[in-house]
Design a protein around this ligand. Structure first.
Ligand code: FMN
Length: 181
């Protein structure tokens, strides 16, 4: 059975969280084990850039990242879901990604699958989700992960807007599941 960790960049019960929950339900039916991490609701100190982890592969901070890193190491696939904020990924997610540096030297994320999903309030032609997507994919490239699927939801401003796109959501998850197997 394949294991997946879903990391969501929004701490509100909004579009990212709702999408993650729908995914988890569908994954269960396919016998895919998944857990959801919401960094914004956890205790995660900011990376100071001390680089100690480059020497010993560990961060000196004792916080929720210890458990998160164990979950990530056990997973074959990481799914990042982020709202776009000022055309970038969310601050919560950036803080989380910086704290993954202990997995970067030595490369412990290498060959894991990465799925990048961005949700924005604006229309697609306003390119609101493009830069956040690039940022997620650049992170995956640096860590030598394989981006196997990516998706952008647009015109999701209010917390429930993604639920109005049920058909698009179902189609996207069906396509995504094919990449997990
Ligand atoms: C501070 C802030 C900045 C935002 N910037 C953008 C943006 O640049 N482009 C965009 O399309 N939506 C932007 N939005 C809207 C969010 O991307 C949108 O509401 C998204 O659905 C939020 O995801 P959530 O429901 O999971 O929190 C912004 C929202 C906030 C709170």
């Amino acid at each position: 059975m394949t294991k997946v960790t879903i990391i969501i960049g929004s701490r509100r019960d909004g579009n990212s969280s709702k999408l993650a929950k729908i995914m988890k339900e569908k994954f269960q039916k396919e016998r895919i084990i998944s857990n959801i991490i919401t960094p914004g609701n956890q205790k995660i100190y900011l990376c100071t850039g001390c680089m100690d982890c480059d020497q010993n592969g560990k961060c000196d901070f004792k916080d929720d990242m210890e458990d998160n890193i164990n979950k990530i190491l056990e997973s074959e696939t990481l799914i990042f879901i982020t709202p776009t904020r000022w055309n970038l990924l969310s601050g919560d997610l950036k803080i989380f990604m910086d704290r993954l540096n202990p997995l970067y030297t030595p490369i412990k994320l290498k060959d894991k699958k990465m799925i990048s999903i961005v949700i924005g309030g604006k229309k697609k032609e306003e390119y609101s989700t493009e830069a956040a997507l690039t940022s997620l994919n650049d992170f995956a490239d640096s860590a030598e992960m394989k981006v196997v699927y990516q998706y952008q939801f647009n015109e999701c401003l209010l917390a429930n807007d993604i639920l109005k796109k049920q058909e698009e959501v179902n189609q996207m998850i069906d396509n995504l599941i094919k990449k997990l197997k």
